[in-house]
Design a protein around this ligand. Sequence first.
Ligand code: AR6
Length: 191
Amino acid sequence: MEQPATEVNINQAKLVIIQGDITRQATEAIVNAANSSLMGGGGVDGAIHRAGGSTILEECRQIVSRQGRLPAGKAVITSGGNLTARFVIHTVGPVWRGGNQGEPELLASAYRESLRVAAANNLGSISFPSVSTGVYGYPVAAAARVALGTVASFLQERPTSIKEVVFVLFDPVTFEKYLSVLGEIAGGVRK
Ligand code: AR6
């Protein structure tokens, strides 16, 4: 049987899903699923700060002192410290409160704003974790539809510097859910 696609081409860019640890990715930027304090936490946020070292936290502190807490749906950029990635784009996803509190719009905005920041900095490649589906409790299948759908629309809308978007899914269950949603999207995009 044919293996399901882990990659689709959209408008001269590629959208890829893999299972792995985002702190080890070699894309120019990796995205952090942060909280509004930008002061670190558990999950992928903790892993990125541990692997990247204290300069990331210091830059986050400066951002917060300049512009205050980062609302859900927004994104900011810091250097990547000791990471292979040169930059970390910090975004804040919504906490899942049943789905009628603007969660899908806020999650879409978190992805869109992260891509905008990457394009504004002329970056060619970016990796995302599955924002909001850990501590923040967003159901994975629904989140995967928003995540992959938002990235696919962004790439389709206009050409930017971004030529590669990688979703780095930590556990096999999350990977499988993204894989099945990617299959639905691959059927619907123009190559
Ligand atoms: N690489 C890729 N994905 C990872 C990694 C990793 N190294 N580690 C965990 N994940 P979460 P959220 C996955 O909870 O739901 C933090 O405390 C994880 O398995 O990290 O947006 C922040 O400070 C899950 O699939 O982020 C906030 O307070 C996904 O990353 C809060 O958690 C997201 O899970 C944000 O919650």
